[in-house]
Design a protein around this ligand. Sequence first.
Ligand code: GLU
Length: 440
Amino acid sequence: MPTPQAMQPATSPAAFTHALPSYLNPEHLGPWGIYLQQVDRVTPYLGSLARWVDTLKRPKRTLIVDVPIHLDNGTVAHFEGYRVQHNTSRGPGKGGVRFHQDVTLSEVMALSAWMSIKNAAVNVPYGGAKGGIRVDPRQLSKGELERVTRRYTSEIGIIIGPTKDIPAPDVNTNEQVMAWMMDTYSMNEGSTSTGVVTGKPVDLGGSLGRREATGRGVFTVGVEAAKHTGMDISTARVAVQGFGNVGGVAAKLFAAAGARVVAVQDHGGTLYREAGLDVAALLAHVAQHGSVAGFAQAEVIDNDAFWDVPCDILIPAALEQQITQANAGRIQAKMVIEGANGPTTPEADDILHDRGILVLPDVIANAGGVTVSYFEWVQDFSSFFWSEDEINARLVKIMQDAFAAVWQVADANKVSLRTATFIVACKRILHARDLRGLYP
Ligand code: GLU
């Protein structure tokens, strides 16, 4: 048991500290503890804004909801749901909703905080938020999934809204789930409110290019980093973990640029092909069968052997804490592009850094999704929709500019790209905090 003293955040004036709830404890293992360590690393670079840093170390608002539904077999099941608004200094909360059997409050808190950092890093006018339900959606029928989604939306309806907090897709949620969320919120409000969620179907106020946006952003920062490091994308070997909306699209774009996608891992297993996988055929296989399992034109390798695969670019695009102390020493890549949120632990970050492997951190690398979510929200408010070319061009420009600014800060301060992104983002958030002042 840590002593109450050990549980106090290092930066709080001693006179005002109290024992923190365990989930705010910096020594608490898990995603929130990792996020707190990342904030600690950046605090020395914040100058006078460091006086506000505790703002970043606790979420502004945390809602835990019970989500009861009728199952198809006539019984009633209860699921636990969350919506965490980490920060709203720069604008409404913004961030996805995930459905996963392992979702915890600590995870949703960390994901909401990473949204604050990400949104500030690409300078979209949002704070950060995230939601989730601890449920395995693969165990639910379509009707059960709809009922879970609608009841959850009703429960969090007291804190979301187009100017308050705008959910979006994340792990295991998609355009259909967003359509149900939009409809439920609109029914409760008594008027159709398309801007309450992003990532909707295009026919319901969704944006062209949104589905591919996160993968396109991953590819864009990869190309920019390659320019800085002298890597030739057209001859690069790429390994991808997660072959969904992020990894699948990134793999397609890297393959189109001439790269060889040599390894792919998802929940169905791990595939390897030195000559490069046929990405289009693999995407079609996954669309039909739900995972890479059973794809014939590749060698099946051990899941753990994925980390030893000879490659130039590694793209973790699945869940958190995949690159750890245990496997960071084995990674062959010269560059890691974090498509997922939080895939690298701080210890692994240090190992990769010491080995000269460049990490393009989640908080900039996967910001393409929320950037096009911002475009979607703007289009919904103006009821005027842009062409896909215009959206992609604006997305690429935002990602390039944000990446260039982060690269420059990393270079000037001799810090990692993750710390540099946190410096840029935390300064923006805390500057807004400072300007607004405290109420009352
Ligand atoms: N879930 C995505 C993310 O982690 C997108 C969030 C959004 O579009 O609001 O960045």
